[in-house]
Design a binder for this molecule. Structure first.
Ligand code: DC
Length: 222
């Protein structure tokens, strides 16, 4: 029997990961955060002192990289060359590095089969930028989740504060705008809604409201 795949795409801070985790739990599916894969590659390049915008430099070291996702009690952990980097990949520096390396075609090709393989073997909600358009064009349900950039930046700012990272709100907002621009305007697999996706705007919604509304929508379709 083939697996059920739900694609959730959208810009940073739209609430994709929290909402997708909540829904995955309700449905008993796994939640796959594909941004973590790009973040792991970004962290590898940062550690090696490679400019994360240097396509040739980053492409040349892909042969030295292994990235794995493991699911421990339903929680995703990311392993870079065997090391658990799940925490290190969450810094603002890693966010920008991930956005930079994700524009490199060899990096996207490197991560494609890994993502498809997980989706083939598991009922899952997979979150990213190009899941509905490129990775899983046949996903049974595609959701494009967005929200106003100021609200997304405020959510991200609060998350960072909770982790003890004291970037200012203005700094977080500027980085988010830059990442939105880069992710939406790159020539390969840009962030955009799949034609057959449902657009969901979470501006002004609490996470609980978003989870309830999207669960109802998904419930109608599967
Ligand atoms: O979802 P995130 O913020 O953790 O993603 C980090 C970066 O990785 C994001 O700015 C763009 C890139 N990314 C991508 O290009 N394609 C995906 N499917 C997921 C993330």
């Amino acid at each position: 029997m083939s697996s059920i795949n739900i694609a959730i795409d959208g810009p940073a801070g739209a609430g994709k990961s929290t909402v997708a985790k909540g829904i995955a739990k309700k449905l008993g599916y796994i939640y796959v955060d594909t941004g973590a894969l790009y973040r792991a590659i970004g962290v590898f390049a940062l550690r090696k002192g490679i400019n994360t915008k240097d396509a040739d430099g980053v492409s040349a070291v892909l042969k030295d990289i292994t990235v794995e996702l493991k699911f421990v009690d339903g929680v995703q952990k990311v392993f870079l060359c065997g090391e658990d980097v799940s925490i290190e990949i969450r810094t603002p520096e890693a966010s920008m590095a991930a956005s930079n390396v994700s524009a490199i075609p060899a990096v996207r090709a490197f991560l494609l089969d890994l993502q498809r393989d997980i989706a083939k073997k598991n009922n899952c909600l997979m979150d990213g930028r190009d899941i509905g358009t490129v990775v899983l064009p046949d996903a049974q349900i595609k959701i494009f989740m967005t929200a106003d950039v100021e609200e997304r930046a405020m959510r991200r700012y609060k998350e960072l504060q909770e982790k003890g990272i004291n970037d200012s709100y203005e700094q977080v907002l500027e980085e988010m705008k830059e990442r939105d621009y880069q992710d939406s305007n790159r020539p390969i697999a840009p962030l955009k809604p799949a034609e057959d996706s449902v657009i969901f705007d979470s501006t002004g919604h609490t996470l609980e409201q978003s989870i309830d509304e999207l669960s109802a929508l998904i419930g109608e379709k599967i």
